[in-house]
Design a protein around this ligand. Structure first.
Ligand code: MLT
Ligand code: MN
Ligand code: ZN
Length: 273
C-alpha cells in the first residue's frame, strides 16, 4: 500500500491568504488543504477527500498524472470523510473527469445534494457515480476499507438545512485501509472530535495513523471553532498504548505552530509497503 499526503493543512491552508499572524508570516512551506492519495498496487489510486487545491496537488504527484491513454487517469474514486468545504470543493475541480466515483455516507451525500448542491451540479459535467461509503468496502488494487463514525458535526453551511430523515448522523468518519497482500494498514482520522474506546480499537495494530493536527493545544482558538477537533495535547497521551503504530498529524490549522517528525508535509509519502 502507498499513502501520500497531498495537502496537510486545515480549511484555508497555511499560510492563510488573509492572515498575518506569527505562524502565517513565518511559514517556510505552503500547506495546501487536507487531501490524501492511497493505492494498494501503485496503479489504481483513490483520494481521501478532495480539497480545493486538488488540481495543483495532482499535477505535483507523478503517480497521479494522466496517461498513457488520452483521458486516462490513475484516479479511480474519492472517499469523503466529511462534507466540509475543505474536503469537498475539489470535487468541482475534477468535473473534467470522464467518470467520477465518489463514496460518501448518507449524511454527507444528503448535505451535498441539498444544503450545498454540489452533487447535482457535478452530474451536469461528468458521469458522476455516487456510492455509499459503508462500514466495509473493497477497492480496486487490493485495498480493504473499514469506516468508523467518529463525529456528528454538520458543516456550517448545512447547520440548519432540512435533510431527509433517513440520511442519518454519520457526518465524520475515520477510515482504516488494509492492503490484502502485504497486510499493511493505515488509519485516516484528520477530523477526530474525541479519542473514544471505539477509536482506540480502530487504530489498534495499524502500521500508520494520520491524526487530527488542527490544533496543537486546547486554548488555540476560542470555544466553538475548536469543536470537532481534538487538540494534539489531548491525543498524544493515547499514543503510548500503541507502541508499534506510527502516528503523525495532518490537517494543521494556520494557528498550529507545531513542527517535528510527526507533522506531515505536502507531498510526503507516509506509507510504502
Ligand atoms: C473543519 O475541519 O472543522 C472545517 O473544515 C472548518 C472549515 O469550515 O474550514
Ligand atoms: Mn477541515
Ligand atoms: Zn495565520
Amino acid at each position: 500500500m502507498r499513502v501520500r499526503v497531498l495537502g496537510s493543512a486545515a480549511g484555508g491552508g497555511a499560510p492563510q491568504w488573509n492572515c498575518a499572524c506569527a505562524v502565517c508570516a513565518s511559514a517556510t512551506s505552503d500547506r495546501t488543504q487536507d487531501t490524501v492519495a492511497v493505492s494498494g498496487d501503485g496503479i489504481a489510486w483513490y483520494l481521501i477527500n478532495a480539497g480545493p487545491d486538488i488540481r495543483t496537488q495532482i499535477l505535483r504527484t507523478p503517480e497521479l498524472r494522466a496517461g498513457p491513454g488520452l483521458r486516462q487517469t490513475p484516479l479511480r474514486g474519492v472517499l469523503l470523510t466529511t462534507a466540509e468545504l475543505d474536503h469537498t470543493l475539489g470535487l468541482l475541480c475534477l468535473r473534467e473527469a470522464v467518470r467520477l466515483s465518489v463514496y460518501a455516507t448518507p449524511a454527507v451525500g444528503a448535505a451535498l445534494a441539498a444544503a450545498f448542491p454540489l452533487r447535482p451540479m457535478l452530474a451536469q459535467y461528468t458521469d458522476l457515480e455516487w456510492l455509499e461509503l459503508p462500514a466495509e468496502l473493497e477497492l480496486d488494487g487490493g485495498l480493504r476499507v473499514r469506516r468508523l463514525t467518529v463525529g456528528s458535526k454538520r458543516p456550517r453551511y448545512a447547520g440548519t438545512a432540512r435533510l431527509p430523515a433517513d440520511s442519518g448522523q454519520e457526518w465524520v468518519s475515520a477510515l482504516r485501509l488494509t492492503d490484502a497482500r502485504s497486510g499493511s494498514s493505515f488509519v485516516h482520522a484528520t477530523c477526530l472530535p474525541a479519542w473514544t474506546d471505539a477509536f482506540d480499537a480502530f487504530v489498534d495494530g495499524a502500521d500508520e495513523v494520520l491524526l487530527d493536527g488542527t490544533f496543537a493545544t486546547g486554548d488555540e482558538f476560542p470555544g466553538a471553532r475548536r469543536m470537532g477537533h481534538l487538540p494534539m495535547t489531548e491525543s498524544r497521551p493515547h499514543l503510548a498504548r500503541h507502541p508499534h503504530t506510527r502516528f503523525r498529524f495532518g490537517h494543521l490549522n494556520n494557528t498550529n505552530p507545531s513542527t517535528g517528525d510527526d507533522i506531515v508535509a505536502d507531498g510526503q509519502e507516509i506509507l510504502h509497503g
